[in-house]
Design a protein. Structure first.
Length: 588
């Protein structure tokens, strides 16, 4: 293999299919100081200065000379590439509310909010314990329903500064509902949306609790919190079916719903330290009816179900343990197949990503000379491997930004480098990102299993990747990157002095969410993806009077559907005196 040239380009990461001429993809001879990206088994020393969000996206740009793919002309990296100052994304303090010494949230974002699918945003990413990972899932598509959405306009409600009527708290059926004594719409200004309804957070332990998942269908908004599942009419917030209570805390949910609005909720087997996340329950989002139940079997030694990941591909539910997976039929709950270790290395299934395709990441040859990751597509009905892509030693597949088209993010701890690459439907190399930029999608965290689809604020359509840049303060940009060549197509700045995150592509426009500030509510904007004009057009501006509530969510789920905006927390603080909100719905 020809040694790549040593001169760095003006901007570019990874390796082309063939070594380029002089001045192409090179690598600096000496690495800059600081940490990198990847998932070391032991966290590096904390950085000087305040903590910065890290895991799952680079902190500082910089070229490196080769991509992570073994076999073929991609080559093994020769020199380190871009890295970030704070290390591998490990925070210096626990990053969940209720924990001592918790720093302020380090970011925000928005999950891909298709109808019947949850939107989930987790702030600054955290990597911890045995195996860490995650992926930005944001395969976005054009649902083709409407080309235009309502634009914020002058209202016929009372004069600015007056009330438009207190929103309703629908409660949970136990008498906790009623009109808001504070009236969240007091002081609403002309042109601002109004709070249609909201829900107070349920009781949670003092240490806090998870509230994973939010699904919005044509009629119902469904939200999970601690041990319960709530369903509200999208227009008036009234309960559409009785709240479902689970015997133990909810520990995992499917991030999507089936085409007929079915999801699977997983809850713990008990309340002790030995309890497992292995109880599966099918739920119909339209009716609240419970379907089949399943208990996820234990794996072999070190193959844990203390935590699991679940993903849907068509009618197949894939449940991932730490070193294997089991597929179930969503109609009957019957087991379809097991994803087990394979090969002489050997290779253990480490993570799954679902949607239009079922992807598997396998960790091979741990601790040996042949240690590497492999990316595979599985047949969701049989588990048969359709294709395999082997990554070079040292490269770890962290995120699946999209499964159709296939776009993955990988890191190299030793080289202090990252790589974003696209592949064809048959697993062939398509391109890699060559944009010299500091990107900042918000990524979640996993304890025992990699969470490939645990990132927000990144969207992929058939030919373009949309990524937000990092902004320590003030506005950021969204960059559109072509999947055929990995090059920047265009970029647009946030219309406010706050960051914005891509949400989804709809009707030829990229829908984005602009974070609220202390004196302004969040915004929903539409950015044309074609032609030469990419300036954001405002679809909705939330009331300044409730900006503090939007800002109070340590991590949040958001959804934009049929001209309404939904926001909910994904983590309950457990503070009974804070009057914490679980979910709000905004409209015109």
């Amino acid at each position: 293999m020809t040694q790549p040239p040593n001169q760095p380009p003006q901007g570019g990461f990874g390796a082309p299919q063939d070594p380029p001429p002089q001045g192409g993809f090179g690598a600096p001879q000496d690495p800059p100081p600081g940490g990198g990206f990847g998932a070391p088994q032991t966290p590096p020393p904390p950085p000087q200065g305040p903590p910065r969000p890290g895991y799952g996206y680079p902190q500082q740009p910089g070229p490196y000379n080769s991509g992570p793919y073994a076999s073929g002309p991609y080559g093994q990296p020769q020199q380190p590439g871009p890295y970030g100052q704070p290390g591998y994304g490990y925070p210096t303090q626990p990053q969940f509310p209720g924990a001592p010494g918790t720093p302020p949230p380090g970011g925000s974002g928005s999950r891909n909010p298709f109808k019947g699918k949850p939107a989930m945003v987790i702030g600054a990413a955290v990597a911890a314990l045995l195996v860490i990972g995650g992926t930005v899932w944001a395969v976005s598509g054009d649902d083709g329903e409407k080309d235009e959405k309502p634009v914020a306009r002058q209202t016929d409600d009372p004069e600015p500064g007056g009330s438009s009527g207190a929103p309703v708290n629908p409660g949970d059926g136990s008498g906790d509902g009623g009109e808001d004594p504070e009236d969240l719409n007091t002081g609403r200004q002309a042109g601002e949306s109004k709070v249609l309804w909201y829900k107070e957070a349920p009781d949670a332990p003092g240490s806090g609790a998870d509230a994973p998942g939010m699904w919005v269908t044509d009629k119902t908004a469904v939200k999970a919190a601690y041990k319960e599942l709530f369903a509200y009419d999208v227009g008036d917030g009234k309960l559409t079916w009785d709240t479902l209570a689970f015997p133990q805390k909810i520990c995992a949910v499917t991030q999507e719903a089936t085409s007929d609005n079915k999801v699977v909720i997983a809850h713990m087997s008990g309340s002790s330290d030995r309890a497992k996340c292995n109880q599966l329950q099918l739920v119909d989002l339209d009716t609240g009816e419970k379907g089949w139940k399943q208990e996820v079997a234990d794996g072999a030694l070190f193959d844990s179900v203390l935590s699991i990941e679940m993903t849907l591909t068509g009618n197949t539910l894939m449940v991932g343990r730490s070193q294997s997976g089991t597929a179930y039929d969503m109609t009957s709950g019957k087991k379809l197949f097991d994803a087990k270790k394979y090969g002489d290395a050997p290779c253990f299934p480490a993570a799954f990503a679902g949607g239009e395709r079922l992807l598997q990441v396998a960790s091979c040859g741990a601790g040996g000379a042949n240690e590497h990751d492999e990316l595979q597509e599985l047949d969701p009905k049989t588990g048969k491997v359709k294709w395999t892509r082997k990554f070079d030693k040292g490269w770890r597949i962290e995120r699946a930004y999209s499964v159709d088209p296939v776009v993955v993010y990988s890191t190299n701890e030793d080289k202090k480098a990252w790589n974003i690459s696209a592949f064809t439907g048959s697993g062939k190399f398509r391109s890699q990102v060559t944009v010299d930029e500091d990107f900042a999608p918000g990524c979640g965290w996993a304890v025992l299993a990699r969470d490939l689809q645990g990132c927000e604020g990144v969207v992929v359509d058939a030919n373009t990747l949309y990524l937000p840049t990092k902004a320590a303060t003030g506005a950021n940009e969204i960059v559109a990157i072509g999947l055929d060549d990995g090059k920047e197509q265009w970029r647009v700045k946030s219309p406010a002095e706050e960051p914005m995150q891509p949400v989804k592509v709809e009707g030829g426009k990229l829908i984005a969410y602009v974070d609220p500030s202390y004196d302004a509510g969040g915004r929903v904007v539409a950015i044309p993806v074609g032609g030469g004009d990419h300036q954001p057009a405002e679809l909705m501006r939330n009331p300044q009077s409730v900006a503090s509530i939007e800002n109070s969510f340590f991590s949040k789920s958001i959804d934009w559907a049929d001209g309404r905006f939904y926001i909910s927390t994904t983590r309950l603080s457990g503070n009974d005196e804070s009057k914490e909100k679980l979910m709000l719905a905004y409209g015109e």
